[in-house]
Design a protein around this ligand. Structure first.
Ligand code: FAD
Length: 347
């Protein structure tokens, strides 16, 4: 093994967690900086009185042997979901001929999407390796040891902190925030140029709960299917959260707006987006009941349209690196592989 190093990783989504775990296993000291209060990033769970919503990633597939092996270490966390009978709908919500055949397992963590990143991050949290609610705002040369790096951050109530003494800094954050951080730090033009190649789309996401179904002794409201891709101009994807394994049975739907519509309505306010998506949901599903819970969330950097085309970026001289789903694709597994490959390059 090489000499143990102290490595800063910015972002505790799947890429950052995979990277951190691998570096710790290789004997390095890792500090993971996360701007929010929990791990998982876009593998996100929203808790409500009516049950949880997976309001980012809906499920994931596993093709890379290393990801499959890693998932085998958490057999009680990930369950297959019958969404591999995903339907394709026309704009009026009719199921078309082209219902997708079951090709590969669709996995969901239980009891909710964030269970897997939480499970894998638990040993890091136990070792106090994660700095939560710490948004890294600048990377600069260490004031005391100029060969090393220091990070500036803003935290709760805008408290400013400096964390110093890092041998390497790895950015496991979406492409937009990555470019902002590199620009603010006036660093690594070659890494910046590579990250600029990625195209990433926003996604407005609607969450709806209908406890009426159980009250009326119905197993569910509306359609017979549980998950569908839609060609409605406003909606690309719908899933019945309550159909996922080990979830509360209260009928809940997560609805993702299409890429084009999310782009067009990027600047809209949430109530306006909510009303429009709710109307489209009724058109597609035929569900006219008043939801007891309705909420929208905008993901500004949701899904990769064009990937960078490399597993990771690593400037061995400066000891700065970049990983994340958008380097390879748009999936949870891409984030895992990217984080892992960067860690292997650094270790
Ligand atoms: C609506 C939606 C639906 C999706 N559906 C699917 C799906 O069905 N299947 C699938 O496989 N994938 C899906 N994805 C994609 C999947 O969620 C991502 O590929 C994966 O979670 C990305 O992981 P990541 O670690 O690269 O980035 P992220 O999960 O975005 O993690 C980055 C982390 O960095 C933190 N951060 C950002 N900036 C800073 C900063 N300056 N300082 C500190 N922390 C910072 C963020 O808070 C976040 O926790 C979906 C994504 C969205 C949004």
């Amino acid at each position: 093994m090489t000499t143990p190093q102290h490595i800063a990783i910015v972002g505790a989504g799947m890429a950052g967690i995979a990277c951190a775990r691998t570096l710790v296993q290789a004997g390095h000291q890792v500090t993971l900086f996360e701007r929010s209060a929990s791990v998982g990033g876009r593998m996100a769970t929203r808790s409500t009185p009516f049950g949880d919503f997976d309001y980012g990633a809906q499920y994931f597939t596993a093709r890379d042997a290393r990801f499959i092996r890693a998932l085998q270490t958490a057999p009680s966390v990930c369950k297959p979901w019958s969404a591999n009978t995903v339907r394709v709908l026309d704009a009026q919500g009719r199921v078309t001929e082209s219902a997708l055949p079951a090709q590969e397992a669709h996995w969901v963590p239980a009891p909710a999407m964030d269970a897997l990143p939480r499970h894998w991050a638990a040993p890091l949290i136990e070792r106090a390796c994660v700095e939560f609610q710490t948004q890294v705002t600048r990377i600069e040369r260490d004031a005391v040891q100029p060969k090393k790096w220091q990070l500036r951050s803003s935290g709760e109530q805008d408290a400013q902190h400096v964390f110093s003494g890092f041998d390497a800094v790895l950015l496991a954050i979406p492409s937009g925030p990555c470019l902002r951080l590199l620009s603010a730090s006036d660093l690594a033009p070659a890494l910046k140029k590579a990250v600029e190649k990625a195209e990433v789309s926003p996604c407005w996401t609607l969450m709806l709960a209908f406890p009426q179904a159980a009250q009326a002794n119905l197993s569910s409201l509306g359609p017979q299917w549980n998950a569908a891709r839609s060609t409605h101009h406003r909606i690309a994807w719908l899933a019945r959260e309550s159909s996922k394994p080990q979830r509360l049975s209260v009928e809940r739907w997560t609805v993702q707006a299409s890429v084009a519509w999310s782009h067009e309505h990027l600047e809209d306010d949430a109530p306006r987006v909510q009303a429009k998506l709710l109307k489209a949901f009724t058109e597609v599903t035929g569900i006219r009941a008043e939801p007891s819970h309705v909420e929208v969330k905008l993901w500004p950097f949701a899904q990769t349209i064009k990937a960078v085309g490399k597993t990771h970026l690593w400037d061995a001289k400066a000891r700065l690196g970049v990983c994340g789903d958008y380097l390879l694709g748009c999936r949870v597994e891409d984030a895992f592989v990217s984080g892992l490959e960067l860690a292997l390059a650094v270790a």
